[in-house]
Design a protein. Sequence first.
Length: 386
Amino acid sequence: MPSSSRDPSRPEGAFDVVLVGIAARGLAASARRAGLRALVLDLFADEDTRALASQVVQLRRRDSFALDPDDLLEQLDRHAGSAVPLVLGTGFEDAPELVAKLAARFRLVGSGADTLARLKDPGIFAGHLAALGIPHPRFFPGEAPEGVRALEKRVGGAGGGHIRRARRARGAGWYLQEFVDGRSVSALFLADGRRAHLLAFSQQWCAPSDTAPFRYGGCAGPIHAEAPLVHPLADALSRLAGAVGLKGLASADLILHDEGWHLIEVNPRPGATLDIFDAPPLPPLLRLHLDACAGDLPDLPLLVPGAGVEARAAGLFYAPAATVLRDALPDWAADRPAPGTRIAAGEPVCTVRAAGRDIAEARANLARRMDHLSRALNTASRAAAE
């Protein structure tokens, strides 16, 4: 059954914001930084999430890392109240019907079900991009034309674990997107339903496994973006925000290449780059999300590398084998499970964070910490087996 750190003496309405997602620790950290008392509901209730939030409710896990809609609605009815702003993180990309139910019963602050469907239905999304003249890969509902390289993706999929090279989609709920060579970059931005405002750019990379060659690995930023990208992209995202009613903090996944850029995907929610951008000189990103949803876009310059701007990197550390955590993880690890937690092979153990004077140093420090954690877990596993 779901567990809760609820204080029975705490009166209803004692929260400033309700945060929901598969893993909502990043949102909880942003809420703490903004001075907001947060009720958090996610699948893990990690130790650092409990330290950051006023209350944490662990939700029931379904189908690997999917939220159980019935349990979520039950726990929100029990703990949240309808007047407190509700902010959604990851886990709703393939569930516009659930988002519609949440909006009907609670004070949802962010993009609604219609916007989510327009952005996450690949055919509708490609149609919007084509109508707006925004460069994007071609979409194929069933089979790619001869000679066209393509990726198979799950409708509403997140995290990259569902993506593979293919010429034919496996059936309902899957589609093909033309493969575009280039460099993977993410743009963090805000939208108010009519306009968009760019905040920062980051680089992304994969952590491939035998069964998931495009599994999400991590991100680092801020990175420089040239004017030939920034101004057209800002205009494109504003036109897209107006067309689909996009609101709040969001990210755009791009491929940069010699001929320009392609927009691959838009995630209409706060995401993984909270770990690298929710820090000075930017204000708390959750506060910016709430303001943007109320129609107030900030007058902030684009965050770029330079004096006073620390480069940050964050990566997911995946368990190389089934393991049981015996000791507390280091302070530079986030999403920290409690000692004694069992983790299956290939599942994420934690997020590893690092910083540096530039992106290269931040990523080198991150790699050293990843290696340290790998060796420590391998040593612990061998000791447990003896």
